[in-house]
Design a protein around this ligand. Structure first.
Ligand SMILES: [Fe+2]
Ligand SMILES: [Fe+2]
Length: 264
């Protein structure tokens, strides 16, 4: 019988509320589900905007192995230097060639299996990034052949573009998942050639919000169409995460399950 690994993926973690929910529950989830490796999206860790060494360390201490990123990557200027110092950080592979950091990394699971994490960003409604499909192909070429487990965070707005990536990498990645929209989708599946897929993991944040931000200010911008600061909601976070079970030899997914820890 082949060996399988349970991997946990957490989507966008919003500010103090998200960090606090993970401090309360992540170590227990890792034990309860026998999780060998945990990836989270860190682009909103620092009050909703980017990440600092301090908040990233909080996540690493709780058991997060790799932090992926997105369009808020450079919101905190210190991260421009920090990312080059620590290979537990990745940023989208299809950022400008001038961007610091790396688009993929390989780290070891608790049981010693090598796991690659690739980060991509979408082009639809997002920004002038390079082609994520070509970047994904390049990442898979660069990742050493002895790494069979590959997780891909496709940070994108458009569901269709994320689904396209899921099929583009079917049979070549273990799990292709979306982040960025902050809303969990219930379309988790395992594709024909063994790649697990979900359009968005969902945020770890207060859902009494507009994608993690205080309703009043966000709604003011929509209704009045005048400038207003976004402020993250700082309490009452729910955790949304997804566990994938992966065959350690082939890297193919055998199961996928959404996990929800509601706000107390
Ligand atoms: Fe986000
Ligand atoms: Fe984003």
């Amino acid at each position: 019988m082949s060996e399988t690994l349970n991997l946990l993926v957490i989507g966008d973690i919003i500010g103090k509320a998200g960090r606090r929910a993970l401090a309360d529950h992540l170590p227990t989830l890792i034990d309860q589900y026998d999780i060998a490796f945990t990836v989270a999206n860190g682009e909103n860790l620092a009050h909703g905007f980017g990440l600092t060494g301090k908040v990233a360390d909080e996540m690493f201490r709780l058991g997060v192995d790799v932090l992926t990123n997105g369009n808020h990557c450079w919101d905190q200027r210190e991260f421009l230097n920090l990312i080059d110092e620590d290979d537990r950080f990745v940023r989208p592979m299809n950022f400008s060639v001038h961007a610091p950091g790396r688009g993929w990394t390989v780290k070891e699971s608790r049981c010693g299996h090598k796991i690659a994490v690739v980060n991509l960003i979408g082009q639809v409604f997002m920004g002038p990034w390079d082609c994520p499909f070509a970047a994904a192909d390049r990442a898979l070429q660069e990742i050493p052949d002895d790494v069979s487990i590959v997780l891909v965070d496709m940070h994108a707005e458009a569901t269709s573009e994320k689904m396209g990536m899921g099929w583009h990498l079917d049979g070549r990645a273990s799990f292709v998942y979306g982040t960025h929209t902050h809303v969990p989708t219930c379309d988790e599946t395992v594709h024909a050639s063994g790649t697990a897929y979900q359009s968005d993991i969902g945020m770890t944040a207060s859902y009494q919000s507009i994608i993690g931000m205080q309703v009043e200010g966000a709604l003011y911008r929509m209704v009045q169409r005048l400038p207003q600061r976004f402020e993250a909601v700082e309490k009452g976070a729910s955790i949304f995460a997804t566990m994938v079970t992966i065959d350690a030899v082939t890297g193919k997914a055998v199961a996928i399950e959404r996990i929800h820890v509601p706000a107390i």
